[in-house]
Design a protein around this ligand. Structure first.
Ligand SMILES: Cc1cc2nc3c(=O)[nH]c(=O)nc-3n(C[C@H](O)[C@H](O)[C@H](O)COP(=O)(O)O)c2cc1C
Ligand code: SF4
Length: 781
């Protein structure tokens, strides 16, 4: 049995003993070769180690990341992070040069200054200008050193077909300093080149649009060429126009004009400062700024008005607002006459404002001049115009900037006109107010009337009491100024805007508190006007003769207006559609107050004539009111039709707009009626273009000459003296001859532009010549 099991028994001992025997026989070579293999393997691993370990580092960064960011990544990863393996072993992998090129460089701006010069003046100025610009940009990494280029020596094809093909990442900005010559010079070739490039069918009509922007400054001689119509700086103006076309309207700053013998240094300084501001803005944002045509801004105008005299498309700030509002949610415009109801449905976080005043009911008026109803506090105070309300949408659509919750600011068409050297409103002719320095605003968009001619009727809130949140006066003051300046800045690229007027416009000198709504409705109106006066901004305040208490409490303003829209109770009810039941009593009381104030400030009756409503047979009635209020002035103005459905809804059509000759006839009748009453008044001035005529008290006549203008600095002096003063104390210089009755009232230094619009009827003035037009336009204050 033992034998039977042998093979099994024998197998184990053979195998084990064999292995043991083998080990004993070959153990030395086995150990040696294993050791050698291990060493070899270890050596190989050691040699390959750096490459393999780097592949363990973070994934390759995006090729779009700038070098700094890549470095940052490396630096950051050196910071020990809990539990994370230490990744950096080797140094930063070096980029190949091709990788380096693929990385976008930082954008650089190259300013090119082109000039031409025959007698050397422009060349000298351009050199100094370039040096100064280089110095002011020396610390910036974005601006390359500006280059000065003489148009006589450059190849136009290199610069004026497309921008130069410089290194990638460089964008160009052109400045052109140019004299004007009415003889053949290099500028004629240059202008021809620009024109041909624009008309060349093989090239895009705006091949210079890749430029960041451009601006032109012209030098001329006012002695030989006193006005632009007579050729002052005509070639610079032409170049500006062609550059606008070639760059797709990238006029970064208005055209500057100067005469080296008179004002070129001053004008160039203003222009340079403006251009530097724009360049700084481009460096910061990469764009020309909000609303500037060609800037690519989202709110850039897409509805353009063709400017007749230069063929260039005109950008209207109002259209920007239109587009902006189109982008906003489309809200249907409710009838807001019962605005209170609408507002009450609009909750707001700011609704519970503790600064809100008590509600004052003016609806019934007691004999003692005090409101009869005791003030009652509303449960929750609402905002007058909340941001999400249809009123807000409607007003912003019309070009208003809403400030806070109940104030508004807007630039009027005259401000735009004056910026373009095309004349100011009648307040320039009568009182010396330059429209481009005038801000039109209101601290209360709400009113207590619903006048048939109100151009914002149907969109502004109405109410007899102030029952809304009250914004502090400094918030309104700073807000309306910022809103006004923003709108002025948006006029930068508009054709025809002159750098000089643009610079002046950045300093508000006058404030018309009359836009829409009732300014004295605002509980802090005195604080607000004090802020204006502190900054030497004059105040023209128009009120609707419905708030006698507030009128009585009003501190002196530069000129205080009361709207006199009718001469009798029935007519006033029809035309003003007042909300107050005792509107006639309120109106009468306001006239008494104005009479009392006539020796403290300039007081004015504002008559707005509406044919079919308040002209016919009312001259005598108005004369009675003048006798009662004894205002310093009576301004008579034909109503301006605004062509809205709301005015049509109020029964107003173009037929209600009086012709200028009808306004003249009325004024003559009123003047005669005043004379019959022995009142010392006379027709002092006119501005036919705005259909406006001024009757003045003889108090403003010196040596047979009218002095309707205002000495504004004297006004502030009187105010700051703390002593009492009279309107005569700040009476200004003589009314200019061109503004006096019978002369039309258009400043001969401005360019008169008749717009070829629809809805226009030529009007004849008192002298029989064409004096103005009957337009469907935005009303001015
Ligand atoms: C022959 C001649 C024609 C001129 N024509 C005009 C002109 O049409 N309009 C204008 O505003 N200035 C005109 N000027 C004035 C020059 O534009 C002005 O003196 C300018 O500063 C000259 O610049 P420059 O010295 O760089 O050539 C003219 C000057 C000369 C000598
Ligand atoms: S119309 Fe009114 S707001 Fe415009 S410039 Fe004249 S006064 Fe100022």
């Amino acid at each position: 049995m033992a034998h039977e099991n042998w093979p099994q028994k024998a197998l184990w001992p053979v195998e084990i003993t064999d292995i043991v025997a083998l080990w004993h026989t070959y153990r030395i070579p086995i150990i040696l070769s294993t050791f050698t293999i291990l060493i070899v393997f270890r050596t190989i691993l050691h040699i390959r180690a750096p490459r393999e370990k780097l592949s363990d580092s973070p994934p390759p960064s995006s090729p779009n990341l700038p070098a700094e960011k890549e470095k940052l990544l490396v630096v950051d990863s050196k910071i020990p992070v809990a539990k994370a393996p230490r990744r950096i072993v080797g140094g930063l992998k070096k980029r190949s040069s091709s990788q380096e090129d693929a990385r976008p460089r930082e954008q650089k701006i190259q300013v090119l200054i082109f000039f031409s010069s025959l007698t050397g003046t422009t060349e000298k100025t351009a050199k100094v200008f370039t040096e100064q610009l280089a110095k002011s940009q020396a610390d910036s990494a974005i601006f390359l050193e500006p280059q000065l280029l003489d148009l006589s020596y450059i190849d136009y094809d290199e610069y004026f077909i497309t921008p130069p093909k410089g290194e990638p990442g460089i964008s160009y900005f052109y400045l052109l300093l140019l004299p004007t010559y009415n003889i053949d010079t290099v500028l004629d070739n240059f202008l021809e080149h620009l024109q041909e490039t624009h008309h060349d069918f093989r090239i895009d009509t705006a091949p210079l649009s890749p430029l960041l922007g451009y601006s032109v400054f012209g030098f001329g001689d006012r002695e030989g060429w006193p006005t632009e119509e007579e050729g002052f700086c005509s070639q610079a103006r032409e170049v500006d126009k062609w550059m606008a076309k070639l760059t797709a309207r990238k006029r970064a700053f208005p055209l500057g004009l100067g005469d080296p013998k008179r004002d070129a240094t001053e004008r160039l300084k203003e222009w340079k400062e403006g251009v530097e501001d724009v360049l700084a803005h481009i460096a910061e944002t990469g764009s020309l700024g909000e609303g500037v045509v060609g800037s690519g801004d989202a709110v850039e105008s897409d509805v353009e008005d063709v400017d007749e005299d230069d063929g260039e498309v005109l950008f209207e700030e109002q259209e920007v607002a239109k587009r902006k509002s189109r982008l906003q949610k489309k809200d249907t415009l409710n009838d807001l006459e019962d605005i209170g109801g609408t507002l009450n449905k609009t909750p707001s976080a700011q609704n519970v404002e503790s600064s809100a005043p008590l509600e004052v009911d003016f609806t019934t008026y007691s004999k003692g001049g005090r409101p009869t109803a005791p003030p009652t506090a509303p449960a929750v105070t609402k905002e007058m115009v909340p941001k999400n309300s249809p009123t807000y949408t409607a007003l912003t659509k019309q070009g208003y900037s809403i400030v806070g919750s109940h104030s508004g600011v807007k630039i009027c068409r005259w401000t735009k006109s004056a910026l373009r050297g095309r004349g100011s409103c009648y307040k320039y002719s009568f009182y010396g107010i330059a429209s481009h320095q005038c801000m039109e605003t209101t601290p209360s968009l709400s009113c207590s009337n619903k006048c048939v001619f109100c151009w914002r009727h149907g969109t502004n809130p109405v109410g007899t009491t102030w029952r809304w949140v009250v914004d502090p006066p400094d918030l309104i003051f700073n807000g309306v100024k910022a809103g006004h300046y923003k709108k002025i800045k948006m006029m930068r690229g508009v054709p025809g805007v002159r750098a000089e007027r643009f610079a002046e416009a950045m300093q508000i000198r006058h404030c018309a508190l009359s836009l829409v709504g009732e300014p004295i409705f605002y509980p802090h109106i005195n604080e607000f006007t004090a802020m204006l006066h502190k900054e030497h901004i004059s105040s023209f305040l128009v009120c609707n003769a419905q708030h006698p208490d507030q009128l009585a409490a009003l501190k002196p303003v530069t000129q205080l207006y009361v709207s006199i829209d009718a001469s009798n109770r029935e007519s006033l009810r029809k035309i003003d559609r007042p909300l107050h039941r005792d509107f006639w009593e309120r109106f009468q009381r306001c006239l008494d107050i104005l009479r009392e104030k006539r020796f403290q400030q300039r007081t004015v009756f504002r008559l707005t004539l509406v044919k079919g409503f308040n002209i016919e047979d009312e001259a005598e009635g108005y004369a009675d009111l003048v006798e009662k209020g004894l205002p310093c002035f009576v301004e008579v103005k034909g109503v301006t039709y605004c062509g809205t459905s709301s005015s049509a809804g109020a029964g107003l059509t173009m037929q209600n707009v009086p012709f200028y000759e009808e306004v003249c006839a009325f004024v003559e009748a009123l003047n005669a009626a005043l004379a019959r009453r022995g009142l010392a008044y006379g027709i002092a001035a006119e501005h036919a273009h705005s259909c406006c005529i001024l009757i003045a008290s003889d108090r403003f006549k010196k040596n047979g000459k009218w002095h309707t203008r205002i000495d504004y600095e004297k006004f502030f002096e009187c105010l700051e003296s703390g002593k009492s003063f009279t309107p005569e104390d700040y009476m200004g210089p003589e009314t200019p001859e061109w503004a006096t009755w019978g002369k039309g009232g258009f400043d001969p230094r401005d360019e008169r532009v008749f717009r070829k619009g629809k809805n226009k009827v030529a009007l004849t003035g008192s002298q029989g010549e064409v004096m103005g037009e009957k337009e469907v336009v935005e009303i001015d204050s």
